[in-house]
Design a protein around this ligand. Structure first.
Ligand SMILES: [Zn+2]
Length: 51
């Protein structure tokens, strides 16, 4: 689990207060292995005619 400061964006693997702002850090649920940008480097064949 990753925790992120809502003010400065500082991230930490442990829950607690931000070392910079001294505010409680929120749980960051964003995927760490990048799921928003799917790589389409692989040639897709017979996936569908785009014409
Ligand atoms: Zn902070």
């Amino acid at each position: 689990m990753i925790y992120k400061c809502p003010k400065c964006g500082q991230t930490s693997e442990q829950a607690g207060n931000c070392p910079n702002c001294n505010v409680p850090m929120n749980e960051e649920t964003a995927p760490a292995n990048g799921g928003a940008a799917p790589e389409t480097s692989q040639p897709q064949e017979s996936q569908g005619s785009k014409e």
